[in-house]
Design a protein around this ligand. Structure first.
Ligand code: ZN
Length: 265
């Protein structure tokens, strides 16, 4: 069943990806994964999602819980903003974990199902707010995703990309921030300029999260390619990749599916 937030999401993201309720998302991906031989008993989920608890807290009907209910627990690659901090080493480790089996004396590796997704809140509190939620047990507004909304406000405070200084972290106390901010500033400067130039706050936040998606999805795909190149002699399983934006609305998630592909099958 859809709701007003679904319609708002559809309105904002409908030309970018496929807007789905959790049920419709699961129906679609289960069918596609099954047709391509990816089953619970021969595959392991590999998530690159934000650590933010709203994405798996028990009071909320979440997209992550729907996936783990259907496909068992997940290997985690993700840091703040859904950035795949685990890297190629993490994927290599994950590749040793899927259920496998011996057929005619030969061991057949299990598969990996990647789920790469940043998250963005929408809530109505007097006005419609993008990038915000009210969490279970709270009344105040907080950011979702805090990492990206925090980055946007730091950028606006700096006034321009040239004035934005990434505070150094020589002792590795804040590793995701350094990597995420450097990737954004070094590789997506034009997109950031465009985001900063948007006056409509709703539109600005939507564009910020499309950019967040591109940063983490591109990085994730590059890591999968690098893993396949490095481990081509060793890993014999298949790989599915599901990606999009998780939209946190009151009590549940919706999803904007951008990509459902098979880097190896
Ligand atoms: Zn987050």
């Amino acid at each position: 069943m859809t709701d007003k937030y679904f319609d708002i999401m559809q309105n904002r993201f409908g030309d970018w990806g496929e807007c789905l309720t959790i049920n419709d998302f699961m129906l679609k991906i289960r069918k596609d994964l099954t047709e391509n031989g990816f089953l619970k008993d021969n595959s392991r989920l590999v998530f690159s999602v934000c650590p933010d608890d709203v994405n798996r807290i028990e009071e909320v009907d979440t997209i992550e819980d729907a996936l783990t209910d259907n496909y068992n627990g997940e290997f985690h690659l993700g840091g703040l903003g859904g950035y795949p901090m685990g890297g190629v080493s993490g994927i290599t480790a994950a590749s040793h974990h899927p259920p496998d089996k011996v057929d005619n004396g030969t061991r057949k590796d299990g598969n990996m199902i990647f789920f790469i997704s940043p998250h963005m809140g929408i809530v109505e509190q007097n006005e419609l707010l993008f990038g915000k939620i009210i969490r279970p047990g709270q009344e105040k507004l907080t950011s979702s995703c805090g990492a990206m909304m925090g980055f946007l406000s730091m950028l606006e405070e700096a006034g321009s990309l040239e004035n934005f200084q990434i505070a150094p972290d020589d002792t590795y106390l804040d590793p995701t921030r350094i990597v995420l901010h450097n990737d954004l500033l070094n590789n997506y400067a034009d997109r950031l300029e465009q985001v900063m130039s948007i006056d409509d706050p709703q539109k600005q936040v939507v564009e910020l999260f499309k950019l967040n998606y591109d940063v983490v999805a591109n990085k994730g795909k590059n890591m999968i390619d690098a893993f396949l190149e490095k481990e081509k002699e060793h890993f014999k399983g298949n790989i599915a990749l599901i990606s999009g934006i998780t939209v946190n609305v009151p009590g549940k998630d919706h999803f904007v599916l951008k990509d459902l592909t098979y880097p190896r099958k």
